[in-house]
Design a protein around this ligand. Sequence first.
Ligand SMILES: NC(=O)c1ccc[n+]([C@@H]2O[C@H](COP(=O)([O-])OP(=O)(O)OC[C@H]3O[C@@H](n4cnc5c(N)ncnc54)[C@H](O)[C@@H]3O)[C@@H](O)[C@H]2O)c1
Length: 357
Amino acid sequence: MSKIGILGAGTWGMALARMLSNSGHEVTVWSALPEEVDALSSTRAHPNLPGMVIPEGILFTKSLETVCTGRDLLLFVVPSVFVRRTAHDAAAFMKDGQLVADAAKGIEGDTLFTMSEIMADEFGKAGLHGIRLVVLSGPTHAEEVAKDMPTTIVSASASLKDAEEVQDIFMNTCMRVYTNTDVKGVELCGALKNVFALLSGISAGLGYGDNARAGLITRGLAEMIRLGQAMGCRMETFFGLAGVGDLIVTATSTHSRNNQAGYLMGRGYTPEEAVKKVGMVVEGVNALPAAIRLRDLYGVEMPIVTALQAYFEGRITASDIVTSLMGRDRTTEMIGQSAADLMSRTLPERMEDTLQP
Ligand SMILES: NC(=O)c1ccc[n+]([C@@H]2O[C@H](COP(=O)([O-])OP(=O)(O)OC[C@H]3O[C@@H](n4cnc5c(N)ncnc54)[C@H](O)[C@@H]3O)[C@@H](O)[C@H]2O)c1
């Protein structure tokens, strides 16, 4: 059994802490908020996970040094905006060669770094060049993990050995873990799917139905894949758990804050009001500026991102987003190819064609 330090005591951090503790691991949880540490350790309950009992075996600490010392695995689960600061502060207490997993999803707006790239950056600045970084991502709502419902997730690392080490720690009867070495693709999916989930929620808030939602998910996936291809990511990732899997769950589930926030925007709330009303991190709003910059940097057509950009910049209303997408020039899923051309090409070549704008 492993000694695990968890940095972040939000809904995802606490759902994973409970699961890992129940699988027999020794778990210590740190939070940046002292009052949160006091409340969690005394009530053994989390306000956003009703009914979940925090096992007595889980220890809480306000000390970064304590949570980082003597651990087989350090798991970072703070919202994306706090990852850089937390990695910077934690680095002072970490040893080189430490196994570290990140479960936060996002892309930093100004550097365009993914979460693991931010962490590698901060660890490197602290002279830690041998930290073994793994990313965890997939269709994993904390609310369901907290109830031991079957869940699948991806453990991604450039080192398959490190990904497998984390896979072994997280595998249990309720959680099935798949490895992946396309770290960039996994992290890109984890950040972008939240952006598309916002629009799925907006569409529902406007009163549109399942047809619109399915269309948005499918065309959102096409945008994710086009950008991922331009950035050199692997296509299997986008058709896997961290890609289409997480996109489906985030764009359809009532547990999704991105979906909920979008719904409120569709009902007429401003983005600021919607995020405030949801009351927890809405990573799609944080990730949109990065999606816009990546679109421009790689010259990829991303009509959904463009429509959301216009809405968030106050140039169009929520209902104009759907009107503008429906009113785009006619196009095809198989750009520039006749059926005969397509049939004369190999399957991988045809798949590439299908994913053109
Ligand atoms: N909730 C889920 O189901 C889920 C699933 C998979 C991935 N994630 C990802 O995990 C990350 C965390 O999500 P969450 O749902 O736990 O968010 P949350 O809104 O529940 O997290 C809030 C927590 O952030 C921490 N925090 C607050 N201020 C901080 C600061 N200044 N520095 C460091 N930490 C601070 C506190 O522990 C607080 O409880 C996000 O990137 C999210 O996308 C969440």
